[in-house]
Design a protein around this ligand. Structure first.
Ligand code: NAI
Ligand code: MG
Length: 357
């Protein structure tokens, strides 16, 4: 099991260190290799995704990723900004399927922004397409408006596009995932307005014919945003495009209290995967030992499940996290106001202790 460890910037190194500690406590043989990524790589090598980092990622079965980004790189031209590293890895490795579970741990029921009856027992999986859509569509750029009342003014433009095979492969991934769950898929689009979405919906219906045991429904993205806060438990698997998925998965994360609890996986068709917390590099708390490492630890569990087929090891980590939460341990982001909290390292140590105990 060859794992590339790319810690990145901000809280990245702090939280990844805890996940590595947890992996090493499982008593299995992992081959871990570290490389720089993001702002840290720019500082050292002049590029956020240097060739040596990319080739290490390519040669590994899985990548454990922290986070990239810091305000201090905001003035750099776009191709050199830290965030380009994660976009580059997704593109170069063909990581087209992003899994973002939103689970409300019963021990954290008070942390949600919603009423307990609306969210208790919440367990949804957002499957976001990651390689297409308006994020990568060409042409894009800046030009001059050609006519109309704004003729001569500058305009920015992007292209939203999806091809049939791209929709089909993310559709299959979502239906397969639903088979391991409650067998319900909600496909989210904007087919009342967008051509891309009309094709998306057509292809999802076609894919669903191969999965008669899974129920498919469709929802417009604006309604989905509303239903996610009104009745989030009505969803099982949500499948959607890159842009809608970006927004809906962040929204769903808040149902569970803290983004510091949410793992993610990005997979290609070879089951090679990049595993990272759903949050960013949190420069506001970096270096203070305050960050919640659980999203990264749970991402390592997803890695064992999806890239290595080791449900047993993933389950052990998840059970250890639940135990630690049941024992009342909280980092600041999930602590009740006025209650004591622990730091990043104490939380990691507690998960290791729970694994061994
Ligand atoms: P963020 O997720 O880094 O932080 C948002 C808020 O959540 C902050 O108040 C932060 O302190 C808190 N937070 C995040 N993770 C936490 C954790 N583990 N424990 C406790 N609190 C936590 O998002 P923000 O502030 O929008 O972006 C900061 C930087 O991260 C930017 O440079 C952004 O581009 C980058 N970013 C990188 C991502 C990646 O590497 N995949 C994803 C999202 C943002
Ligand atoms: Mg986002």
């Amino acid at each position: 099991m060859k794992i590339a460890v790319l810690a990145g910037d901000g809280i990245g190194p702090e939280i990844v260190a805890e996940a590595v500690k947890v992996l090493n406590a499982l008593g299995e043989r992992f081959e871990l290799s570290e490389a720089k990524v993001g702002g840290a790589a720019y500082d050292a090598h002049g590029h956020p995704l240097p060739p040596e980092t990319l080739s290490l990622a390519r040669e590994s079965d899985a990548i454990l990723f922290g986070a990239v980004g810091d305000w201090k790189y905001d003035a750099l031209e776009r191709r050199l900004r830290p965030e380009q590293a994660i976009l580059g890895l997704r593109r170069e490795l063909g990581l087209f399927a992003n899994f973002r579970p939103a689970i409300l741990y019963p021990q954290l029921a008070d942390a949600s922004t919603l009423k307990p009856e609306v969210v208790s027992g919440l367990d949804i999986l957002i499957v976001r397409e990651l390689n297409g859509d308006v994020y990568f569509g060409q042409p894009r750029g800046l030009r001059e408006v050609e006519d109309g009342p704004f003729k001569g003014a500058r305009e920015g433009f992007d292209t939203m596009r999806y091809s049939e095979p791209e929709v089909r492969r993310i559709g299959r991934v979502a239906f397969e995932a639903a088979r391991q769950r409650q067998r319900r898929v909600t496909s989210v689009d904007k087919s009342n307005v967008l051509e891309t979405s009309q094709l998306w919906r057509e292809v999802m219906i076609e894919v669903s014919k191969d999965y008669p045991d899974v129920e498919l429904s469709h929802m417009y993205v604006d309604n989905a945003a509303m239903q996610l806060v009104r009745a989030p438990k009505s969803f099982d698997v949500v499948v959607t495009g890159n842009l809608f998925g970006d927004i809906l998965s962040d929204q769903a994360s808040m149902l569970t209290g803290s983004i510091g609890m949410l793992p993610s996986a990005s997979l290609n068709d070879r089951k090679q995967g990049l595993y990272e917390p759903s949050h960013g590099s949190a420069p506001d708390i970096a270096g203070k030992g305050l960050a919640n490492p659980l999203a990264t630890i749970l991402s390592a569990a997803m890695m064992l499940r999806y890239s290595f087929g080791r449900n047993d090891l993933a389950g052990r980590i998840e059970a250890a996290v639940e135990r630690v939460l049941a024992d009342g341990l909280r980092t600041a982001d999930i602590a009740e106001a006025g209650k004591a909290s622990v730091g990043t390292r104490e939380m990691g140590d507690a998960v290791v202790a729970a694994l061994r105990g």
